[in-house]
Design a protein. Sequence first.
Length: 504
Amino acid sequence: MKNIFKICLLLLIPFVGFSQNQPNVIVILADDIGTGDISHYRKMHSDNIIVETPTIDKLAKEGTIFTDAHSPAALCAPTRYAIMTGNHCYRSYAPSGVWGCYERSPIEPNQLTLGKLMKQAGYKTSFFGKWGYGMDFKRKSTNKLYRNPRVEHETDVDITKVIDRGPVQNGFDYSYMYPAGIQAEPYAAYENGVMDPIKEDSEIMLITQKYADKLGFKLDKKEGLGDSNWNPFNAGTLLINKAVNFIEESSKTKEPFFMYYCSQAVHKPHTPSKKLNGTKIAGTTPSNHLDMVKELDVQLEMMVQTLKKQGIYDNTLIIFTSDNGGLLIKKTMQSKHKSNTIYRGGKNQAYEGGTRVPFIAWWPGKVKANNVSNAPIIGIDIMATLAGLTNQKIEENNAMDSSNLLPILLGEKKIQPHPFLITQSGTGKQGMITEDGWKLIIQFDKKDKTFKKRTPIALFNLNDNISENEKGNLISNPKFKGKIDQLFKKYNTTRDSKIKTGIL
């Protein structure tokens, strides 16, 4: 009997080993973080470091970083749709994004998401933080679907439960989320789609600026319903503690986990924690904005410490990026900190500072260490990269614009993930196409909801001196008419035909 038992154990070992060897995956999407906010990137261009990000820097040094990585858009909402689905923003019904949690989600019910992809691969999936899409709530008076976005002092909505189109319906086994981050209603936290009272005495109330004044912050958006104990100064601590707990619980099983962590940092209102993980945060840098940059790094420190404690540090892939370029905050700039390093502009703008973002991949012994790639990539590429990691083939009409970065990350071969990049700005309604260092900015007619009325307004040669050359607009120079026509035609053909642009 003992020999039979030993034989059975030996037969089981390969299968157990296979399960344990599947890497855990953590994708971190920071909010409004530019390349200059990460000190490892900043040091490439300057010795003037105002705020250090030691945890993120360590991941960068021990992994692969991209210097020509972009967010799909210069604003969060369209970017979040694109990263979640692997599709360019223009493929949704709301190309410029969905700007209220009571609006219809741009993610269609049958559409592939990061959560669904990893769930198919046998992962325990989770979502943390800012969801940032529309979703479905009920109207209190009629019990029917509520659709009345951006109404001031709206109270006829039942915010106790997300009835559809939230993380639960998009492939996430567990979720702890703020529907619109810390900047907009509903001002509450949700666990698996159900409002989770912040304290035992929590009630639903109207969160007003008068309420915010008592806590010492300014609402970034309009007043609206929320938890009576809502306090954005505590939002980061609450979020990372939930994520740490998920890692701890997940490590007890042989099932690999996938975490999509969308931090509240560093979006307005800038409400840093007083202390996190034993580190003082609030008031330790030149601005509340930079305090939150510091807090973001400490959040990652807590994740890394937990991975080590649970013995899964070496078997975890971490991908870190941002939803758009960095903020242009007066007090921060006065300290000589440059959130977007050498790049012009910042969040919401069509210039490089609007979409140039950090992109770091780290997995000890697997992802090539001390590696810097200048390949043009985009946040959309996360989907195909994870599909490659889990040996999945993406079905037709899904993740149309996502390219697999795994060959670069593993150091197997040089590839060109995108022959050209298509991105977009924010409220200015511009589209951008960049090919071989030539960048064309195209203005959409703001009155045309079809986005078909387009005019080229700027051409830049980014090849020689990117910080200077994006100031030299060549659009009126007849010498470059051929380049303008070529890029404009390529943009129009690509967008209007909605052809696939990703490389699997």
